[in-house]
Design a protein around this ligand. Structure first.
Ligand code: LIP
Length: 269
């Protein structure tokens, strides 16, 4: 049976390889959109598909009995108890527009619990990692450092990251919720990559994050990185994170943001 550290090593090597491919092979004129999903702006590029294929092939070559859940359809069962949850490009719209905040996100779950997570931001030269019980870390040109969320930030001083879904009806309600949040916090950031938002929270670059509509592959690695950095990641009223709703923050800030958000009904369209 592999340790979380061994699973993390494979996640890191694979995410780095996919990140390199995504930078080197990105067509100069921009990647082709090959499909749209929930709305005309919810795009899949040829590079999302190529990266997911590379990731699954590489992991399967070393671990043929594992299960997979990938954003671009790569779902398969396994017999080992380990499942890989993969977002080949989180922040696809940033990648499409050549903005730097997109990431390759790979988490390894054992019996349904995330035990290792790697998030690579190739254009920023950053690697975020965590193992269950082993802490969260950022590696970059500046070195390697252990991550700690900001705790007990009063809402009025809190920088809050969020995101929007792709459907017009969902966005209209998300905008209403936002009008209930903005007057009470320092400011809002909409970076375009949920897993980067979570890594930014772990690194103390924002104080909180919330969003309706994120999927398991968007948050599996990032959520482990936040909890290992001392933060809370949950849905409303103690529910687990789900496509209904996800929020994350350090202790103290989490409770205050939850009290602000819950009456705004952020988990419905
Ligand atoms: C996207 C996110 C983004 C969020 C979108 C979407 P994709 O993931 O990370 O921040 O607001 O709803 O889920 O589609 O780029 O992998």
């Amino acid at each position: 049976m592999s340790t979380p550290e061994e699973l993390l090593d494979l996640a890191v090597r694979t995410a780095r390889a996919a990140g390199r491919m995504l930078v080197e092979d990105r067509p100069a004129a921009g990647p082709d959109v090959v499909q749209t999903k929930s709305s005309p702006t919810d795009v899949v590029t040829q590079m999302d598909r190529a990266a997911e294929k590379l990731i699954i092939e590489r992991i399967r070559a070393e671990r043929p009995d594992d299960a997979f859940l990938g954003e671009e359809g790569g779902e398969s069962a396994g017999a080992s108890g380990v499942r890989w949850v993969i977002d080949p490009i989180d922040g696809t719209v940033n990648y499409l527009y050549d903005l730097p905040d997109w990431a390759v996100s790979i988490a390894a779950e054992r019996d349904g619990t995330a035990v290792a997570g790697a998030v690579v931001l190739p254009r920023r030269g950053e690697l975020f990692t965590a193992t269950l019980g082993g802490g969260a870390f950022l590696e970059s040109a500046a070195g390697r450092r252990r991550l700690h969320v900001n705790a007990d930030v009063p809402l009025a001083s809190a920088l809050v990251a969020t995101g929007f879904g792709y459907s017009a009806a969902r966005r209209a309600h998300q905008a209403r919720v936002l009008t209930g949040v903005v007057p009470h916090v320092r400011d809002i950031r909409r970076g375009g990559s949920a897993c980067n938002d979570l890594c930014a929270l772990a690194a103390g670059r924002v104080d909180a994050y919330y969003e309706r509509g994120v999927q398991a592959w968007d948050v599996a690695a990032g959520a482990l990185i936040v909890t290992e950095a001392g933060g809370r990641v949950e849905g409303l009223n103690g529910a687990p994170t789900s496509p209904e709703f996800a929020m994350a923050a350090g202790p103290g800030t989490f409770e205050a943001l939850h009290a602000l958000l819950a009456p705004l009904d952020p988990a419905h369209d």
